[in-house]
Design a protein around this ligand. Sequence first.
Ligand code: XIL
Length: 382
Amino acid sequence: MKPTRTVAAVLGASALLAAVPAALPATAAPAAERAAAAAPGGPLALRDLAPEGFRIGTAVAGGGHHVDQPYPDPFPNDRQYRRLVGQQFSSLSPENQMKWEFIHPEQGTYRFGPADEIVRFAQRHGQVVRGHTLLWHSQNPAWLEEGEFTKPQLRRILRDHIRTVVGRYKGKIQQWDVANEIFLDDGSLRTQDNIWIRELGPGIIEDAFRWAHQADPAAKLFFNDYGVESDNAKSDAYYALVQEFQAKGVPVDGFSVQAHLSTRYGFPGDLQANLQRFADLGVETAVTELDVRMDVPVGEQPTRAQQDQQADYYRQALEACLSVEGCDSFTLWGFTDKYSWVPVFFQGEGFATVMTEDFRRKPAYYAVAYRLAEAKASYPRG
Ligand code: XIL
């Protein structure tokens, strides 16, 4: 369990707690109270409810699947969305805007504008930023994946990219997902689909961490993956690699679980224990991309029972992180169904975020809000 945190943080916590409708299950909250708090832009803000030092984050929508959707680029154009990003969260993760295909679309050509905009917004709003991501098998530009490069050239391309991107945001990124999804489910390295590992061997992963550290010594450097919420073959592989890096003096600071959950598979009940074993190695942990998708027939809405089940998953994920020392960053992969990647990537599943398409707060929102406020009151951080 985490040690007791500061006393100052408790001040006002009970008032905040009282302000959160007793919405678990949502049916329990008086309708008027729920309606008032559920008004778009209403008084509740997750970031204010969170314990001191605990970052509640969201992905910032743009790029990726959004490009093919019938709406303008969300973050720059949707004012209501943007206002909620500033009001509700204390950590921002560019959903796609720092990925290779977006930020480095042509060889030697960088597109920094949208990422710059997110970082600037974060600074104006007292938010930290999680950088995402530097070494990945997916969303790489064609010039890179299809180019004819020698091994030394490829190595230089990665090094220059990391120096350039990490260097540009030096001092402004709290955590970097340096290596994303480098293992398969069976715990073997992605030697086929990850261009860097395939062409340059596993040693390139260490290099990436070293280059990132040189470019921004203050940023915390993470491994990030999906399907590692539980103690399993894949998370075991990270557990071994973290230890290997530590033994070699490679600068690794953290291990994070994406937590793209689905009610099809049940909640990963050993999440807390799994995070704890990494904490025991002396690295930070984080939940970086939480969403909870559900099966809902086309044209229908989730049932009350489904909403309550989803709220329970959100609450449990938060609970796990709050209970592990060094898990101080908890990010939702978007907060509104309006921009969720889920329906685009998982056929028949959706409604995975904490707000409806028109920004009404769901039971899952209240579950997070309530648990944050409760944690602030009883386990203040310092
Ligand atoms: C997703 C984005 O949400 C989409 O917009 C994009 O089209 C595809 O990628 N794991 C990750 C994230 O590390 O970068 C992915 O984001 C979701 C899975």
